[in-house]
Design a protein around this ligand. Structure first.
Ligand SMILES: [Zn+2]
Length: 345
């Protein structure tokens, strides 16, 4: 039988109207995707590079589909996990920063942003925004100087590790991932605080997470992690971690990777994803959850979230589950905008 999303969620006409009104009004923020690597020739997939401005049936994000999905601000991650060893990671990172700016420059509907107010302005003008982040600090080669240079290149969000150990911290895949945040990691956090770069705890080992929570004064985020109590996966956050993020005024961006949404990932749907939102709201209220799709970095997304143009379905499900207008606007991006204002200015 042909799959129909609207049949699946059984939304009334009045709810549909309200969802579409809210979706249009909202500043919609997604704090993680791996689309930049799709703009480079794929050494492992043999696929030709994609263009931001061209609608594709491959991958999950391109500008036409972002516009269809109503996205206001998409964070694009510099991700060199498959090229984890410097200096190659630094070379790939340079190529990705170049693609971020050259692809955006050839499409007038999207602009690169570095502040909260630029996003607000762009929304008023009906433009889409791109914000630059880095997933795994390998390209920085353990140098605070690199951190400062990348800030000047527009970097406003950083996670110290992807899977491996970097000079700043351990990722989940580090063999001895029980170690604490090293002195250099503490120094980098202080530098980020001075510069105004958002710290991202997604991918850190649990023990490093708690070190970070100890040291941090300002809000930090988990750009693409869900609730471990709903789906027991090490990339998701425990209830205690969610409370710590909330106590710091931070936000968790909900990750659409099926294995993070539902046990083993089999048959995951958007309803399973919104179960994570429900759990987090019950735990810490509506001010600490947002979107962090991980599009173009994951396999088959859940039903109802196949690619970025399906984002309005999130709003539909939130409406149908009875959330208020105010809470829905926060979850779609308002919460992340609060952190942006406080940290990056
Ligand atoms: Zn990731």
């Amino acid at each position: 039988m042909e799959y129909s999303f609207l049949d699946m969620i059984q939304i009334s006409d009045a709810q549909e109207e309200r969802a579409m009104r809210l979706h249009k009004e909202a500043i919609i923020v997604d704090t993680h995707c791996d689309t930049l690597m799709h703009f480079l020739p794929q050494p492992w997939g043999g696929r030709p590079a994609r263009k931001l401005g061209e609608r594709s049936d491959f991958g999950h994000i391109d500008l036409p589909r972002m516009i269809d999905g109503g996205i206001t601000c998409q964070t694009f991650a510099i991700y060199t996990g498959r090229r984890a060893f410097v200096p190659e990671a630094s070379l790939v990172a340079t190529q990705m920063v170049d693609k971020f700016y050259t692809e955006i420059a050839s499409n007038p509907e999207i602009i690169a942003v570095t502040t909260h107010d630029e996003i607000v302005e762009a929304k008023k003008k009906g433009k889409v925004c791109g914000l630059l982040s880095m997933e795994g600090a390998e390209p920085l080669m353990g140098e605070l100087a690199s951190l400062r240079v990348y800030y000047r290149l527009g970097l406003r969000m950083l996670s110290f590790a992807w899977n491996y150990r970097t000079p700043f911290a351990d990722g989940l895949g580090a063999k001895r991932a029980e170690s604490k945040l090293p002195e250099l990691g503490v120094q980098a956090l202080e530098e980020m605080d001075k510069l105004g770069i958002i710290f991202d705890v997604s991918h850190l080992s649990d023990s490093v997470f708690w070190d970070v929570a100890d040291v941090m004064k300002r809000p930090f985020i988990a750009s693409h992690s869900n609730a471990r109590a709903v789906c027991d996966h090490p990339r998701n956050c425990t209830d205690d971690m969610i409370r710590a993020i909330a106590e710091h005024g931070g936000v968790l961006g909900m990750n659409y990777a099926p294995a993070f949404v539902k046990k083993n990932g089999e048959g995951a749907t958007i309803e399973d994803l919104v179960d994570h939102i429900d759990h987090i709201v019950k735990l810490v209220g509506p001010d600490h959850v947002g979107l962090g799709s991980d599009y173009d970095g994951i396999g088959n997304p859940p039903k109802g979230l196949e690619s970025v143009d399906k984002t309005p379905n999130v709003t539909r499900v939130l409406v149908r589950r009875g959330y208020s207008d105010e809470d829905i606007l926060k979850m779609l991006g308002g919460n992340h905008m609060r952190v942006f204002k406080e940290v990056i200015g």
